[in-house]
Design a protein around this ligand. Sequence first.
Ligand SMILES: [Fe+2]
Ligand SMILES: [Fe+2]
Length: 200
Amino acid sequence: MSTSVDLQNLYTSLNLEIAAVARYQDHQNKTSDPLILALLQGLMRNENGHERDLIKLIDRYKGDPKVAETFPGPTLEQMIFTGDQIFGQKTNLAMLRADFEFESEAVKIYSGFAAQASDEQVKELFLELARAERGHVNGLRSLIKGIEEKTHETAFFCPVCGWTVSFGANPTPGAESRCRMCGVQFSLTMTDGDFGLVRK
Ligand SMILES: [Fe+2]
Ligand SMILES: [Fe+2]
């Protein structure tokens, strides 16, 4: 290969991907919005794939993936509560804004590693990772924009049957909606900046 710089960068990247998977798992647990949950699951799945690709390459170059754990991890926030606050979307917005910063940083890191790489396969992987994280940045940007512009539909998993109960874009507390699958009626509540559901 591959100078030790390449291997060091592969370790740093593996550490970053492990943190990305943990971040998206944590954020899935923090949302009750079916669309946001699905997107976060998609991102986590993709980051899992990055982890596997990095481990494969580290193995090929006779490194030890466990060494990655000894590298300093990313220090970016898990939640960003600053910026314009949108009614009922405090938690969703805070985590998506933090994820946006995290992915933007990842694009910079991987582009830098690609430029440094002396091995062709390492370079290709870093370019592909930068491409993927840039896709995450774009997806997160458009999701955040939808929430900020109040075009994002407020929805929940039905606590009775698990289907989606939607309240449309930009609803107000007290708005009512009936689950189209089980027929149970719910109304929208607001607690500490976040919308919630209560059964009627
Ligand atoms: Fe990734
Ligand atoms: Fe239901």
